[in-house]
Design a protein around this ligand. Structure first.
Ligand SMILES: Cc1ncc(COP(=O)(O)O)c(C=O)c1O
Length: 441
């Protein structure tokens, strides 16, 4: 899986790119290389589409988060927001790097525990946890649940009364902050399905409800204002809103959420992990003093740029005077984000990774929707059927949102490190697609 005989190109458009996994480059064969593995060979060996991660990159980012806390002598914890990439092997990396974990469902809790997470390090989220999910969390003895409604407070207390034993809880607050990002991933505004509002008295009611619940212990508060955010100032405003409400209660834990944006294209310039953590730590210290333990909950910024998706080009269709469509063997089933949010991606022909892009094309998937377009007006180097096409920055919310539309089996997940590639999630099979169907015979 390592590079060929010739020498690598003198100008490498990939090495040092913020969009690709760290350590990626153009190898001597002129192919894209990730984690020391040739992407064209990976496509041949594992088939396409496939998700390819550089696990060393995930580790490096996890270390940057923890170092940003320890460099500031902050009493803090980094939680992997596992909704971004709920892969057992990625949970395992988070655990090995000393992170805690945010799970948002019984399924994510199951996977975190399967990956060996100490239940004490698990924070259970969700705006509508079922009784079964709450029971699973209590049975597993998770460290904290993040309560999101008065119904949940009553439900959790009643379940704990039946089972015996208390539970630490954080109350999720809605600080009334609207960062600039897609409206579907804004979560801290007044009109939100998440959390308890500060201005309307709901948050005070939640505190009273938790404090009077015999089996719940109020450990602190949580706020997450949204995702793919480039500005730092909304985090400061959110912490100010939290402090106005909660500083006098001297919470033991303060979870200030995730949300750090990533570079999807080379023009994107998100803040660094250090700047982002710094703003949060400084804000909490200024307004709460050194009392609460600070919890930071990144998802996308841990895994997004550590992964790419490989496809094979199947057809190239020119509509004269209109546009050219390059169709690949995946699409909205492995990456829903372009359809969901109009998200922009870059793309590259892995076989000619250093070649000048000479064609403007639209990269379409293979699904039965005209909106199944991965990249509009991508610049590619002479794309042809059989080429391996790569979309970088697909490590977050790609696998997580994958689906079987049109009966497409979900792709495998491959880890590449030091020139070795290994499957950490196998490709779904046609048999998998019908395995849950109940028939008469
Ligand atoms: C409660 C909570 N915490 C953390 C995250 C992670 O956000 P991001 O992936 O933007 O860091 C999310 C994402 O939706 C979330 O809902």
């Amino acid at each position: 899986m390592t590079s060929g005989q010739a020498t690598a190109p003198s100008t490498d458009p990939i090495a040092g790119s913020a969009v690709y996994p760290r350590g990626s480059r153009v190898n001597e064969a002129g192919h894209l290389e990730i984690g020391g593995c040739d992407a064209v060979e990976l496509a041949r060996e594992f088939g396409t589409p496939c998700y390819v991660y550089a696990p060393d990159d995930i580790r490096a980012r996890a270390r940057q988060f923890t170092a940003a806390l320890s460099d500031r002598d902050a009493d803090g914890e980094v939680l992997f927001a596992s909704k971004a990439a709920p892969v057992t092997a990625i949970y395992a990396i988070a655990r090995e790097e000393g992170l805690s974990v945010d799970v948002a469902s019984g399924g994510e809790l199951h996977t975190a525990l399967r990956a060996g997470f100490d239940p004490e390090r698990v924070y259970m989220h969700g705006n509508n946890k079922s009784e079964a999910e709450l029971a699973f969390a209590f049975e597993s003895r998770v460290g904290c649940i993040v309560v999101d409604s008065l119904d949940e407070v009553a439900r959790a207390d009643a379940l704990l009364a039946e089972r015996g034993g208390g539970q630490d809880v954080l109350i999720r607050l809605t600080p009334g902050i609207k960062p600039s990002t897609h409206s579907y991933v804004q979560t801290g505004q007044v009109d939100s399905k998440f959390g308890f509002g500060l201005a309307d008295g709901q948050a005070a009611e939640a505190v009273a409800a938790v404090e009077s619940a015999a089996n719940l212990r109020l450990a602190g508060f949580h706020a997450h204002i949204g995702s793919q955010i480039f500005e730092l100032e909304p985090y400061v405003r959110a912490i100010e809103a939290l402090a106005e409400f909660a500083a006098s209660m001297r919470p033991r834990l303060l979870n200030v959420g995730g949300g750090l944006g990533i570079a999807y294209t080379s023009g994107d310039e998100p803040p660094s992990i250090d700047e982002y953590v710094g703003v949060k730590v400084d804000g909490v210290r200024r307004l709460f003093g050194d009392v609460p333990r600070i919890l930071i909950e990144p998802g996308r910024s841990l895994v997004g740029n550590a992964g790419v998706t490989l496809y094979t080009v199947g057809t190239v269709k020119e509509i004269p005077g209109v546009r050219s469509y390059v169709a690949v063997d995946g699409g909205m089933s492995d990456n829903l984000r372009p359809m969901l949010y109009g998200s922009r991606y870059e793309a590259l022909i892995a076989d000619r990774a250093a070649a000048a892009a000479d064609s403007r094309v639209t990269i379409a998937g293979k699904h039965c929707e005209s909106g199944d377009v991965l990249v509009t007006d991508a610049e590619l180097a002479d794309p042809k059927p059989g080429d391996v096409l790569v979309t970088p920055a697909t490590g977050a919310y790609g696998y997580a949102m994958a689906n079987n539309y049109n009966g497409i089996p979900r792709p495998p997940v491959i880890f590449c490190s030091g020139g070795d590639a290994r499957v950490v999630v196998r490709r779904e099979t046609y048999e998998d697609l019908t395995a849950r169907d109940v028939t008469d015979d």
